[in-house]
Every structure is written in structure tokens, then in C-alpha cells.
Design a protein around this ligand. Structure first.
Ligand SMILES: Cc1cc2nc3c(=O)[nH]c(=O)nc-3n(C[C@H](O)[C@H](O)[C@H](O)COP(=O)(O)O)c2cc1C
Length: 242
């Protein structure tokens, strides 16, 4: 990872490092939490060459989802089809394969909502075709969206790391994610819960996402730059502006 301060961004090339579903389930089982503390489980296919194959990739998503559902861990699930930094890339950000994946996901019986984490560095047309697929499946919402892949958003004063790869978080995601939220809301009204994500650093940014049609907000980079007090500031700003 690298901070690109003038761009208000982080260059992310983490590749989904994690301990895997078994260990995470064990850990969350032992974790004490307040009842109203929501845990979202983000699922991506394992980032190595053994899961780069489409069938193996699909099995990987299904097996992880099954493990979490049967352990009753998590209040919602997010299917990440848009990690730019993994083996096999974003292969499920393609209508036919997404349809196959969702058909398999539909077979996992669950009571908790499932959201799909969407790519933003794709054309409006492809985005619309992905939504049309999701509309036919047991998918409750979309997270809009993942990292920005277009490096033209990098501020000229930011020193680029030597081996330069990965996606951009923060401000470079803001406008495109808001555009896609507007598009989704105007076409699908309340069919999907829309989780707005990308470049939220202030209550004004959060308001822009809500005005665009988001029902909820997620943020990462805002916390990195502004600190954990940001959430309280956003809530205060929003409530004052109402
Ligand atoms: C350090 C870091 C790690 C991330 N890891 C993941 C991940 O594992 N899965 C995922 O879906 N998105 C991941 N993202 C993308 C964020 O969830 C989010 O979609 C993106 O950063 C835009 O939101 P932001 O501008 O509030 O950071 C990561 C972002 C950052 C900055």
C-alpha cells in the first residue's frame, strides 16, 4: 500500500490477505460484541493460482458462504466480484459468469441479506448488464463500489511508487461511484439496497451519496486520513443539515 496524499487516496495492492473462512469463523465465535454491532462478511475467491480456474473460483465462494451461513456468523454477506488485485482478476464481473455464480449462490439457503460489491472502472453498459443479472437472483443489494483503476486520477504532485500497480481508493473513486449510484437508483428504485462507498471524507461527501440514492454508507480511506472520529462527525453534520 502507498499513501498518495495529494490525491487523497491509497494505492492498494493487498490481494485480499486473510486467514481463510475456518479461522475467521473460529475467531468471530469467540469475539464478544454488543448485540447491535453489525458484522458484514466479505467473501472473495482465494487469491492464488489454484482458484484462478472459474469452476474452482465458484466453488470457493459457495463453500465460504455455506460455512458462514451454517455457523450463523455474520449479519450480512458481501460477494466481492471486483477485486482488481487477485489471481483470475475480476472474471465474475461478466454477465454470463455472474449469472452462473449467482445461480449457485441462490442454492445456499440463508436468512441474512447478500450484497454484491461492484466494480466502478467499467462502462455504464457493462454495469447495467451486471445489474440486470443481479435483478434475477436472490441478491438484496449492491455496494457501489470497489477501487478505481484509472490512474489519470492521480495528482501530478504525488510520487508514484516504483513498482506501480493496484487500485486507487478514496477521492479518485468518489465521482464515479456516485454516478453509478444515481444510475442504479433511477433504474431500479428500491429493488436493491444501495451501499454507497468511495471517497467519503466528510458529511458533505456522505450527503452526496445519500442524495444520489444510497441507503447506507461504507468508508475506508476517510478513516485512514481523518481518523475514527470521522463517523461521529459525519453523523453530526448530517443531522444538523436535516
Ligand atoms: C487498505 C484497503 C484494503 C481494501 N481491501 C478490500 C477488500 O479486501 N475487499 C474489498 O471488497 N474492498 C477492499 N478495499 C476497497 C474498499 O472496500 C472500498 O471499496 C474502496 O477503498 C473505496 O472506498 P474508500 O474511498 O472509502 O476507501 C480496500 C481498500 C483499502 C484502502
Amino acid at each position: 500500500m502507498a499513501r498518495l496524499i495529494n490525491s487523497k487516496s491509497i494505492l492498494v495492492n493487498k490481494g485480499l490477505r486473510n486467514e481463510g473462512s475456518k479461522k475467521i469463523i473460529e475467531r468471530l465465535r469467540k469475539t464478544k460484541r454488543n448485540k447491535d454491532f453489525v458484522i458484514g462478511i466479505s467473501l472473495a475467491r482465494t487469491n492464488d493460482s489454484t482458484r484462478a480456474d472459474t469452476e474452482e473460483g465458484m466453488n470457493d465462494y459457495i463453500n465460504s458462504l455455506r460455512s458462514f451461513v451454517s455457523s450463523d456468523i455474520g449479519d450480512y454477506y458481501a460477494i466481492n466480484i471486483s477485486c482488481p488485485n487477485a489471481f483470475g482478476g475480476e472474471s465474475f464481473a461478466e454477465p454470463k459468469l455472474l449469472d452462473e455464480l449467482c445461480t449457485r449462490l441462490d442454492m445456499v439457503s440463508r436468512t441474512k441479506p447478500l450484497y454484491v460489491k461492484m466494480p466502478i472502472s467499467i462502462s455504464d453498459d457493462l454495469f447495467a448488464r451486471l445489474l440486470a443479472v443481479l435483478d434475477t437472483h436472490n441478491v438484496q443489494g449492491v455496494i457501489i463500489g470497489n477501487l478505481q483503476k484509472d490512474y489519470s486520477h492521480i495528482h501530478p504532485d504525488d510520487k508514484k511508487p516504483e513498482s506501480f500497480c493496484g487500485g486507487l481508493s478514496g477521492a479518485p473513486c468518489r465521482d464515479r461511484s456516485s454516478e453509478l449510484i444515481i444510475m442504479t437508483k433511477s433504474q431500479y428504485k428500491n429493488r436493491f439496497t444501495i451501499i454507497g462507498c468511495g471517497g467519503v471524507f466528510s458529511y458533505q461527501d456522505a450527503k452526496e451519496k445519500f442524495d444520489a440514492g444510497a441507503d447506507l454508507i461504507q468508508l475506508v480511506t476517510g478513516m485512514i486520513y481523518e481518523g475514527p472520529g470521522l463517523v461521529r462527525k459525519i453523523c453530526k453534520g448530517l443531522s444538523n443539515s436535516l
